[in-house]
Structure formats: C-alpha cells, structure tokens
Design a protein around this ligand. Sequence first.
Ligand code: SF4
Length: 212
Amino acid sequence: MQTYEIIYKKLLHYYGPQGWWPAESIFEIMVGAILVQRTNWNNVVKAIQNLSPVLNPEKLASMPTEKVAIAIRSSGFYNQKAKRLKALLHWYKNYDYHHKKLQYKETEQLRAELLGIYGIGEETANVMLLYAFNRPVFVADAYARRIFKRFGLDMPTSDQSFRVEVESNFPTNLQAYQEFHALIVEHAKVYCKVKPLCRSCPLFNNCKRVGV
Ligand code: SF4
C-alpha cells in the first residue's frame, strides 16, 4: 500500500467519515470555497447564513457588489471576496448557472477555466472540482504539506506538482479524495497543529516526525 493510502486509512479509521462539503447546493459549495479563503469555517457559516435569501446564482448576480460585501463581512477580506464571487458568477453565466452543463468537461480544462477566474487559485479550484463538480482530485494545501512533510515524505515545491504526485499514488476514487481532504484538515487542527501533539496522534507509530 502506498504511503498516502496508509495515512488516509489510518485517519479514516481514527476520525471516521467527515461527510464534506457541508452545503445544501452545488452553488453553495462554490460560494463556500471562496469565502473560506484565508479564514476558518466558523466565520464562513455566518456569511452563508446572511447570504441564504440570495444563495442562488441569479439572485446573487443581481445583488450589488457592495451589498454582497456587507453580507459576507464575517468571512474577512469581504470586499475582495465579493468581487471574486461576482467574477465566479460572470464565468458561471456562460453555462446558464447550471453545473450539469459542465459535467462532461474534461477535468484539466475545467480546472484551467476556474483558474482563469479572478481570485481563484489552485487550492480553491481543486476544492470546487472535488466537491462541487465531483472530480477525484487532491487538494494540495498547507495542512497536507505540513502533515506529509513531518511524516517523512518529500513534497514537491509547487502545489500543482504536489497534487500530481499524490494523485499518481492514490486510488482514483472520488469518495476517498473527498474524505482525504476533510480528514487532513481535521488532523491538522486536532493533532498535527503548528505545535503538534505527537504522543497521542493516531499516526505516531508510522510518522518520522521530521522537524518536530
Ligand atoms: S506524530 Fe506528530 S508530526 Fe506526525 S502526524 Fe502526528 S502530530 Fe504530526
């Protein structure tokens, strides 16, 4: 079994299925992926609640950017994020705001389109691909980098190479990828924090604890 799979299985066994992404619609996942940039999920929940009366693409597109910014204030960087949401909607309109019109688009092409939207980088694009568009991709974020590095793995420097490296050595299974990202975030918050709690960590016996 490849090391990534060992980490995944141990985390899944320890924490159980996480059932991500918490949202009531595909569009809400896309919105949440932008709102969670540079903040934690608790701050996003309030913003999503404020947006709930307009949380469909047509309504949000017709709402002035300034009003969107006020509604999402709790998520931080709200002026920037309001513009990013508008940019996302501008792109999504090309598909009549319907995710089914994107279902046959090849993953690389869809990622390239998402990366072309103002304010959407690798991590956000991959979160959308994984949870909104059901593509089996790895989210190469800072949490994954921290855990894998400490575990003793050599991680490529760029996020793109890091993602490709994991995807080449992990089963192509959508549900496993969706759980893996959620489990990594959980583990980075509970044990493998900036100051790690190694002694009680479920990966302790396998981890080399590099730099700890
Ligand atoms: S043993 Fe320590 S360094 Fe390794 S994954 Fe657990 S918390 Fe992180």
